[in-house]
Design a protein around this ligand. Structure first.
Ligand SMILES: Cc1cc2nc3c(=O)[nH]c(=O)nc-3n(C[C@H](O)[C@H](O)[C@H](O)COP(=O)(O)OP(=O)(O)OC[C@H]3O[C@@H](n4cnc5c(N)ncnc54)[C@H](O)[C@@H]3O)c2cc1C
Length: 500
């Protein structure tokens, strides 16, 4: 029977796990978190997806307070620049796209209207994608008219990663999580079955537990260091293996979206916060030197750099088993995919949700662990394919990096997804994969995969009705966006952070 849970690591993964377990199970288990200030946390991971608001709601975190404490801003989606061709821009907006008619999704009608030259860019039919470049934002008001996009605005957050971990620490400690400061120097295994028995700190204290959650970051102290679980390397599909991160002064109001600009051997992120702007250059060291990557990053900042660029190295992929014996790896210890679609914190949240649902009733049984690992693998692999799509579906041929990505072999499920879409604009979501149809459709169209046809049911509509329908959807979206306040105004009114 599990009585005690030991969490190794106090970054986003460690504290999110601690808070969620304390909230879900009260004081039924002792929860101890060990972290080392000397090692510190990775300190990046500042853009999220809408699911995080659900996590916060489960924890009963007050949104305005959370935004103030973390210097946060709101995010309606991601703007992609120069991805399919130099000069291209598109937005992957959260939330709905147009208005589905029965079983036929809106984009099918758009495809036919577009074919006749009677439809605008896809973004004109999405509230999020239209509001983002106009820097408008609000949360859905409780009296928003139903059946308009204002009734259900989907959004995520940008926040300061260091402040987020501190915020969660206060939350966790107030609910009984015991934090231990110290560096782990040894992991002891039980002789009988190879389960982790205890971790030993540099001061000699041995901390034992029944379930260990490895949130020790890339090093995977328990899952790899002690259990030698093995790692699936996906670098051949996602060749970026390095990043440089640097904050800069903000020069204007924060945009309600993350920006991703493709560079010659990777891409650059821009994440606006209330007090500064986060930036980073993700690149492949095989195709670009660190010096060149740093110079590109520093040349493309909005304002003055506030620190020296910080170098990070990673191997894209995941542990062969995320849960092995009595060790569950959450966060970077479990695997990593680059932050192109801000999925890492989502993966932490989802791993925790899965643990809570599958929390052992008695012993840790193989059937439970196998099911956990199968679900985790499926989730990782579908996100991986969504990321590969951005790189592979490109017409860029201006650098060896893009030539590699454009011509590389891709996983078969992704090849089939692209072929189905090209054929008749169809997409089928696989089970509970993270990204829904609207995400895949926006990215595929944005990456210039233009279907050759559309669903035959769309032909039931006359030309006149079709054009009137898509025009109406566009004007409703435009009218809703007109009614929204500026992002900065919304923040000033509801959740402005203290100046320092
Ligand atoms: C370049 C880059 C950009 C990213 N951007 C995003 C993004 O925009 N959105 C997103 O969702 N995610 C992003 N991520 C991922 C995100 O940063 C991580 O998922 C998140 O921060 C969780 O990290 P972690 O808690 O697993 O590890 P860490 O933050 O590295 O924490 C590890 C913890 O383990 C402790 N530890 C390690 N060894 C020991 C030891 N021997 N003894 C005691 N304690 C120890 C450390 O002290 C620390 O507390 C990004 C990652 C990278 C690399």
């Amino acid at each position: 029977m599990i009585k005690s849970i030991v969490i190794v690591g106090g970054g986003t993964a460690g504290w999110m796990s601690a808070c969620a377990l304390a909230k879900s199970f009260g004081r039924a288990y002792s929860i101890r978190l060990i972290e080392s200030e000397e090692i510190g946390i990775i300190g990046v991971g500042e853009a999220t997806v809408p699911h995080l608001s659900f996590f916060n709601k489960t924890l009963e975190i007050d949104e305005a307070e959370f935004i103030r404490q973390t210097q946060g801003t709101f995010k309606l989606g991601i703007q992609f620049k120069d991805w399919a061709r130099l000069g291209d821009t598109y937005i992957h907006g959260f939330g709905t796209l147009g208005h589905d008619l029965g079983a036929v999704p809106f984009h099918q009608y758009w495809l036919r209207a577009r074919h006749s030259g009677r439809a605008d860019e896809l973004s004109a039919y999405s509230l999020n994608a239209t509001a983002a470049p106009r820097e408008k934002f609000m949360v859905s008001p409780s009296d928003a008219p139903k059946n308009t996009p204002l009734a259900d605005i989907a959004y995520a957050y940008h926040f300061d990663a260091g402040r987020y971990a501190q915020y969660l620490r206060r939350y966790g400690e107030a609910r009984g999580v015991v934090r231990t400061e110290g560096k782990i120097r040894e992991v002891r295994l039980r002789a009988t079955d190879g389960y982790v028995e205890s971790v030993v700190l540099e001061n000699g204290e041995a901390v034992s537990g029944d379930l260990f959650i490895d949130c020790s970051g890339f090093r995977g102290l328990l899952i790899e260091g002690a259990l030698h679980t093995g790692y699936e390397d996906w670098t051949h599909w996602l060749p970026c293996d390095s990043a440089l991160a640097v904050p800069c002064e903000k020069v204007g109001p924060p945009t309600p979206y993350t920006r991703s600009t493709a560079r010659t051997a990777g891409w650059q992120w821009r994440i606006p916060l209330q007090h500064r702007t986060g930036n980073g250059h993700v690149y492949s060291s095989k195709f670009m030197s660190d010096d060149e990557a740093a110079s590109i990053l520093l040349k493309n900042l909005d304002g003055k750099a506030l620190a020296e660029p910080r170098q990070l190295r990673f191997t894209t992929g995941k542990r062969r088993k995320i849960w092995n014996k009595n060790v569950l790896a959450i966060g970077l210890a479990g695997g990593f995919m680059e932050p192109l679609e801000s999925t890492s914190i989502y993966l932490i949240q989802s791993a925790i949700g899965r643990l809570v649902l599958m929390f052992p009733t008695g012993d840790i049984t193989p059937v439970l662990v196998d099911r956990y690992n199968a679900q985790a693998s499926f989730e990782f692999e579908r996100i991986r394919d969504f990321l590969i799509l951005h790189y592979h579906a490109t017409e860029r041929d201006d650098s060896p990096f893009w030539n590699y990505c454009r011509t590389m072999d891709i996983p078969e499920p992704l090849r089939n997804t692209i072929a189905l879409f090209r054929d008749g604009g169809r997409f089928f979501r696989n089970a509970e994969e993270m990204f829904a149809q609207v995400s895949w459709v926006q990215v595929m169209i944005g990456q210039r995969i233009m279907p050759e046809g559309w669903h035959p049911m769309v032909n039931q509509m006359s030309d006149a009705d079709l054009y009137a329908f898509v025009d109406h959807v566009k004007s409703v979206v435009a009218g809703c966006v007109d009614a929204m306040p500026m992002h900065q105004q919304f923040i000033d009114r509801h959740c402005k952070a203290p100046a320092k």
